[in-house]
Design a protein around this ligand. Sequence first.
Ligand code: PMP
Ligand code: GLN
Length: 382
Amino acid sequence: MNYPETKFPNVGLTIFSKMSALAVERGAINLSQGFPDYDGPQALLDSVALQVAQGHNQYAPMTGMPQLCSAIAKKVERLYGRSVDANTEVTVTPGATEALFAAISSTVRLGDEVIIFDPAYDSYRPAVELNGGIPISIPLLPPNFAIDWQRVRDTITPRTRMIIINTPHNPTGQVLSSADLDELERCVAGTDTLILADEVYEHLVFDGLEHQSVNRRASLAERSFVVSSFGKTYHVTGWRVGYCVAPAPLSAELRKVHQYVTFNTHTPLQCAIADFMQAEPDYPQTLPGFFSAKRDRLARGLEQSRFKLLNSSGTYFQLVDYTSISDLPDDQFVVWLLEQAGVAAIPLSPFYANGEQTGCVRLCFAKQDETIDQALEGLCSI
Ligand code: PMP
Ligand code: GLN
């Protein structure tokens, strides 16, 4: 038997899987892959058990449980002032990951260009390439990782099918401003370019800043897939429940992929999340205080270290510059750091198509205070 040649010569194991496996193997403190080391709200966890016991265990509707779609529509209206139809414009998916894949697969054709800002979350580029699209990278560089909008204007062509934005941004912790959305509006005005807005960290925005959802702007929303994830909002990344809000014609296309990739999303989890959203609509408002306290704890501790901190305004990630400690490339530095400090981090270069070396690595602070303190001991010892 001759196995077929790989379709994906450039795809290996993701950096998240690699670093988490290394952390487990070496018994290191894992600040690499982004997930909390504590549980979500008890009422939500209890509700899942109840939903299972009550028999909510069969297939959910392809587009999502009606009560969850309604709760999502209500939230979008309340927070961003956009009225969306729960039946035709909201689709619940097993994680934001599937929503991103379905949005890209349902619209990107052979030869279409897709603008991606690097460093970019790792799932975008392979999905574009799998569909015959051409990723066009625009680099964002430290310390601010700001978007050069003139460069975006110069990069858009009649073949630009889609622009992918991510705010708050993984891995840099930057958030787009209202002025950025003004620029985005100007860039796409008069074009048929779609926007894929990855807003999975929409509730993790700090220092009094506001999340600039594209759902706030009618002229952007009419051409956007807006993707979010309950994994981030409720500290349950392993549940993998996400969703996409998009105008009916775009949602209809996305559903054509979604219905044959997974068809639907775990029923008892959807029921539990819908109940929790109804009972605790303001829960997301607790997140900026909760997470910025963790960010600040890590930052205060790192004052005693040789790392230099970059600004983190959102997500649960903190970038640190290690250039006064080492001149190793970042993928080698994280291995050295694991061995010397017992702490796992994520290098930035895998998020750049050209493997850019920024001298920075990413630390996840969605951890119990004790975990952060233990990590600090290691990070301050080198
Ligand atoms: N986009 C970004 C920027 C992320 O950090 C993540 C987290 N894994 C995802 C998408 C995927 O979210 P989910 O776990 O809901 O699939
Ligand atoms: N989003 C998570 C991170 O950035 C990881 C998700 C994954 O493991 N694929 O760390």
